[in-house]
Design a protein around this ligand. Structure first.
Ligand code: 6PG
Length: 261
């Protein structure tokens, strides 16, 4: 794997199974939250993603919560993207996270911020969510709010959050939260943009299953042009770090193997 691909990721972890990859990500989430809360800054700001891979991670975190080792009462939850449905709809990322994790950990309700992706005026709603983030999340480089942790999954075509290939929002370099019509979905989505994602201290990109193998092969591959078309390739934190956590199925078209034994 060429150095350029390696440089994007502080670590590329390949575990034999999706469960082991999810467990690795869960342990990393717990470590990051504990470290964030142990410093003078008493709150840890986390942005969640939707999808089946993150869903498995949230369930694992909820199960581990009974141990009490994670200071969930010091965590503030935001959403990195959301579908254009009410928060009680089956497709809502908020509903998924609420049922899988948020209902099972002692986070104060006022510290959980669902994204208003089904608002009447989506532009105003996106601007309002951005303003709230600017109010609540400490600023980092270039005065951009700096999340302690952003959790991301990746689609089979390399989208992260709701930043889809070939869309204009990939070029957005001013707004931190936008709502836009996604042609490939035929629906609106609300999403963080790259400036906000790349301001994070820690990003965990958890990708499992063989349907992601082509995108992972392109992401870690030699062909710059192919790679640059993947939104995931543009997750390059300015001062933070991004860890790519894979299972063997997602990594099967790369030269990286899971640890032996
Ligand atoms: C969404 C997500 C999206 C998701 C990836 C991975 O709203 O769908 O935020 O970015 O994380 O598509 O989803 P799967 O794990 O379901 O493939």
């Amino acid at each position: 794997m060429a150095m350029s691909q390696l440089q994007q990721f502080a670590k590329v972890i390949v575990e034999p199974s999706a469960e082991e990859a999810t467990r690795f990500a869960a342990e990393l989430v717990k470590t990051i939250i504990c470290e964030a809360v142990s410093n003078e800054e008493k709150l840890c700001r986390v942005a969640l993603s939707g999808g089946t891979t993150p869903h498995g991670l949230y369930q694992m975190l909820a199960k581990a919560a009974v141990s009490g080792e994670v200071p969930w009462s010091n965590v503030e939850i935001f959403f990195g993207d959301e579908r254009d449905v009410p928060h009680d709809h089956a497709d809502s990322n908020y509903r998924m996270a609420q049922r899988a994790l948020l209902d099972h950990v002692p986070i104060q309700p006022q510290r959980i911020h669902p994204m208003p992706a089904d608002a009447e005026d989506l532009e105003a709603a996106a601007a309002g969510y951005e303003a709230m983030i600017r109010d609540l999340v400490p600023r980092g480089k270039d005065n951009i709010p700096c999340f302690d942790l952003i959790l991301l999954g990746m689609g089979g075509e390399g989208h992260v959050a709701s930043l889809f290939p070939g869309t204009e929002v990939l070029e957005e370099n001013k707004k931190l939260v936008v709502s836009y019509f996604v042609p490939s979905l035929g629906r609106n989505r609300m999403t963080f943009t790259f400036p906000l994602l790349n301001a994070a201290k820690n990003i965990i990109l958890l990708v499992t299953d063989s349907d992601k193998a082509n995108a992972i092969a392109s992401l870690l591959g030699e062909y710059k042009k192919v790679r640059s078309q993947l939104p995931a390739a543009h997750i390059v934190p300015s001062e933070g770090m991004v860890v790519l956590v894979l299972d063997a199925s997602a990594a099967r078209k790369t030269d990286i193997q899971p640890p032996r034994g």
